[in-house]
Structure formats: structure tokens, C-alpha cells
Design a protein around this ligand. Structure first.
Ligand SMILES: Nc1ncnc2c1ncn2[C@@H]1O[C@H](COP(=O)(O)OP(=O)(O)OP(=O)(O)O)[C@@H](O)[C@H]1O
Ligand SMILES: O=P(O)(O)OC[C@H]1O[C@H](OP(=O)(O)OP(=O)(O)O)[C@H](O)[C@@H]1O
Length: 212
């Protein structure tokens, strides 16, 4: 049987994923000593971990070239989902928030607002749910710069500790929703390799709860 292929978001979610796999008892030596290699065996040759950017994790799972993926809820909310989200992994915890310059009355006044975000769809849905018409500008990173430079009135972005906002004179105006890492599964894989996938998800769930 070929290994189950798991797309894993490079960066912040890697360490916690390795810790969870090791709690289950999967050998992560190759993943921990990966160098520049992008496809690594985990748990002997039971699994193959593919290291990818967050949005690409979803693309690979949707197209079925990876059976499973580990990705933040932020990326799922932004990109939509034609896959199954089977488990909240309980790490990579942060929030989506609307934030702006400290002390400004964002919802006061009648002028049309401009919002900068790396997550334009999340921002659009948030303002649509409020019945507010805003202009949204897509920014690729360090979104906090946009209001500081006068490009936008506010931002929709991830907040974890709040340090980036604080150090740049910004504050949360409204929290939008919680974000954490999720286990996602390709629809066909879930049918064809149901037992293996359910077994893995159950192990990850138990390890997360400290029951292994
Ligand atoms: N400050 C944060 N605190 C906690 N989790 C975060 C934080 N920022 C991002 N995340 C989560 O970790 C995931 C990966 O973030 P990471 O910063 O590693 O890469 P990225 O922001 O998607 O892309 P880039 O490589 O361009 O920085 C995010 O999609 C989100 O779910
Ligand atoms: O509340 P904090 O703990 O300060 O974390 C929030 C920051 O972390 C993320 O940025 P990241 O470091 O991923 O860089 P980016 O802005 O380039 O995406 C996010 O976009 C915020 O800027």
C-alpha cells in the first residue's frame, strides 16, 4: 500500500505537528532533519509529509495529489472548502480581528472605509454580515503597515499575542472568530482509504487530548 500523503503548512504549524506525531509514536527523524527536502517519510513509510505554503496545502488536497492536509482555519475560511475538515488540532491558535489605529471611532461617521487584508474574502464576508460596504485592498504581509502608511482605515488580520498591533499603535476594534490548525481530507481519499484515515484522525485526536 502506498503511504498516505499529508500536506503540511510550512512555518509556524510545523513544530506542533511534529510534536503531535511524536506523541503518537511516529518516527519524525527525517522531518526534523529535512534540510531543503520537501517530501519526507514519517512513521517509517506509513506516511509521506509534503511541506507547502498554506494556500497550496488546500490546492494539493483539493486536487487529490495529497490525501490529507494540516492548515490553519484562516486559510480555509479564505479559500473555501471542497474537502472534509475532520479535526481541530488545537494548536496554531490565534484570532481573526478587525484592527485600527488606537482610539479611532471606526464605526462612527458615514464615510466609506478602506480595509487592508491578506484575507480579502474573510474581510468581505465580515463586512457583508454587517451590511457595510467597504473597499478592500489585498496586502501580502505585514498588513499592519497599511493604516500606518495611510493606505487603509483598518485591517483584518490574525492576532495572537497582540504585540504586533501594540508596537505599531494599533488595537483590536472587533474580534471576528477563532483560528486554529485543522486536519483536512480529500473527498475521494476519505472514501478509498477510510479505515487508515479514520485511524490517523483518531490517534491525532487522542494525542491532542493527552490520551496517548
Ligand atoms: N501570529 C500567529 N500566531 C499563531 N498562529 C499563526 C500566527 N500567524 C499565523 N498563524 C497560523 O499559522 C499558519 C502559518 O503561518 P505562517 O506565518 O507560518 O505562514 P504564512 O503567514 O501563511 O505565510 P508566510 O510564509 O508568507 O509568512 C497561518 O495560516 C495561521 O493559521
Ligand atoms: O499578535 P501577534 O502575536 O503579534 O501576531 C500577529 C502577527 O503574526 C502574523 O504575521 P506574520 O509573523 O505571519 O507575518 P506576516 O504579517 O508577514 O504574515 C499576523 O499577520 C500578525 O502580523
Amino acid at each position: 500500500m502506498k503511504p498516505l500523503r499529508i500536506a503540511l503548512t510550512k512555518g509556524r504549524l510545523e513544530k506542533d505537528t511534529v510534536a503531535l506525531f511524536e506523541k503518537i509514536g511516529f518516527d519524525c527523524t527525517a522531518l526534523k532533519n529535512k534540510g531543503r527536502k520537501l517530501i519526507l517519510p514519517v512513521g517509517g513509510h506509513q506516511f509521506e509529509v509534503v511541506l507547502a505554503k498554506a494556500a497550496d496545502v488546500i490546492t494539493y488536497v483539493e486536487h487529490g495529489v495529497c490525501d490529507l492536509g494540516i492548515v490553519g482555519k484562516d486559510t480555509i475560511l479564505e479559500m473555501g472548502n471542497s474537502f472534509y475538515e475532520v479535526l481541530d488540532l488545537g494548536f496554531g491558535k490565534c484570532k481573526f480581528a478587525l484592527a485600527g489605529p488606537k482610539g479611532t471611532d471606526f464605526f462612527g461617521g458615514y464615510s466609506a472605509k478602506t480595509i487592508a487584508s491578506k484575507y480579502p474574502n474573510v474581510a468581505r464576508n465580515f463586512f457583508e454580515s454587517k451590511g457595510m460596504d467597504v473597499r478592500i485592498i489585498k496586502i501580502e504581509g505585514s498588513v499592519e503597515l497599511a493604516p500606518l502608511l495611510g493606505l487603509s482605515d483598518a485591517i483584518v488580520d490574525i492576532v495572537e499575542t497582540g504585540s504586533t498591533l501594540k508596537e505599531n499603535g494599533l488595537e483590536v476594534i472587533e474580534t471576528i472568530c477563532d483560528v486554529s490548525a485543522r486536519l483536512i481530507v480529500n473527498a475521494a481519499s476519505l472514501k478509498l482509504r477510510k479505515a487508515e484515515i479514520e485511524d490517523l484522525a483518531e490517534k491525532m485526536d487522542r494525542a491532542k487530548e493527552g490520551k496517548l
